[in-house]
Design a protein around this ligand. Structure first.
Ligand code: ISE
Length: 335
């Protein structure tokens, strides 16, 4: 069976997904593309012989669409995710699932009503081999339990429309999710520190930031979010256990050694750094849809991440005060 996929959002991320589905992955085909900018939707749809729509609602209602891939901005995800769930269609939604916990709760309620998990959140790092090896090392138990997790999230630059809020809800959200995934526990409190700002930022941005979070068992996470670092896209992570550490490698395949020393290329963007993880994520989603199964992170993961984002934003507004994360008990449906 070929899964007929409808893409909502014809921007950079959406186009990168089209390319992987059409050229690298098996079992899926793009049959419809929706974008508020109808010409943008047509530009992606027409070469594929797919239908172009101006709204997600029309695309979701199209009986030719088996499953929906959402790659729009976070703040417009909720209505499309809800409509897809209500139509009983599987959805892979880029992060953040929603920008408010209330919207995520609505999605969870809709899923429970349909009686099956239909939503996967695009936390692609869960498919990165490095993070999975780190998780296996911790779970193996030989190095003891986790005590600290040091993360660095550096982007070369960001566009002028990117806000300080986005440093948390669009950028640090990746660490919020991957730390929950690595440690297998929830984050219970968080604060945001604001070091000296870089001169490379747009004036309105508080860049860099450091998010300091504590989990249920007391593991301390520090995450440097630094989005105008210029030299490249660089993700670091070190997990400290009682008698050892495990550190994420870069995605380097070769190392050059010459008179100037040893070096390897630095990635330019997340699409480049996490290319294989994105492929794994989308491939597994297509295979799961074929089997009428859920895969990857759930709406609960989307909800939990949004709750931590909310607490971090409250801390930022309140001069870096530590804020407790408010969230509901995990429903049995997501256990
Ligand atoms: C972007 O949306 C991503 O997902 C990237 O991984 C992140 O590094 C970047 O800051 C976000 O804007």
């Amino acid at each position: 069976m070929t899964v007929r996929i409808g893409l909502i959002g014809a921007g950079g991320m959406g186009r990168a997904h089209v390319e992987r589905i059409e050229q690298e992955l098996a079992g899926g085909r793009i049959v419809a593309v929706a974008d508020l900018n109808l010409d943008g939707a047509k530009a992606v749809a027409e070469p594929l012989g797919a239908t172009a729509y101006a709204t997600g609602a029309e695309l979701i209602a199209d009986p030719q669409v088996d499953a929906v891939l959402i790659a729009t901005f976070g703040k417009v995800h909720a209505p499309d995710v809800l409509a897809a769930v209500e139509a009983g269609k599987y959805v892979l939604c880029e992060k953040p699932l929603t920008t408010t916990p209330e919207d995520a709760l609505r999605i969870m309620e809709a899923e429970e009503k349909v009686g099956k998990k239909l939503v996967t959140v695009g936390f692609m790092r869960r498919f990165d081999p490095g993070y999975n090896e780190m998780r296996a090392t911790l779970q193996g138990g030989d190095l003891g339990y986790a005590t600290l997790l040091h993360c660095r999230h550096r982007n070369p630059t960001v566009p002028e429309g990117y806000t300080t809020r986005n440093m948390i809800d669009d950028t640090a959200i990746h660490e919020i999710d991957i730390c929950r995934y690595l440690l297998g526990e929830e984050i219970v409190k968080v604060r945001v520190d604001t070091p000296r700002a870089t001169s490379h930022r747009f004036e309105h941005l508080q860049d860099p930031l450091v998010l300091v979070a504590t989990t249920e068992s007391g593991v301390l996470i520090d995450d440097e979010v630094n989005v105008n670092i210029h030299f490249g896209y660089s993700i670091e992570c070190e997990l400290v256990m009682e008698q050892g550490t495990v550190r994420l490698g870069d995605q380097n395949h070769t190392i050059t050694r010459d008179a100037a020393g040893e070096r390897h290329a630095v990635c330019g963007s997340h699409i480049d750094r996490f290319h294989d993880a994105f492929n794994q994520e989308v491939q597994q989603w297509i295979r799961a849809v074929e089997r009428d199964e859920h895969t990857g992170s759930t709406s609960w993961d989307g909800y939990a991440a949004t709750c931590v984002v909310d607490a971090a934003l409250a801390s930022l507004e309140d001069g870096g005060r530590e804020v407790e994360v408010a969230m509901i008990e995990k429903p049995a449906f997501y256990a």
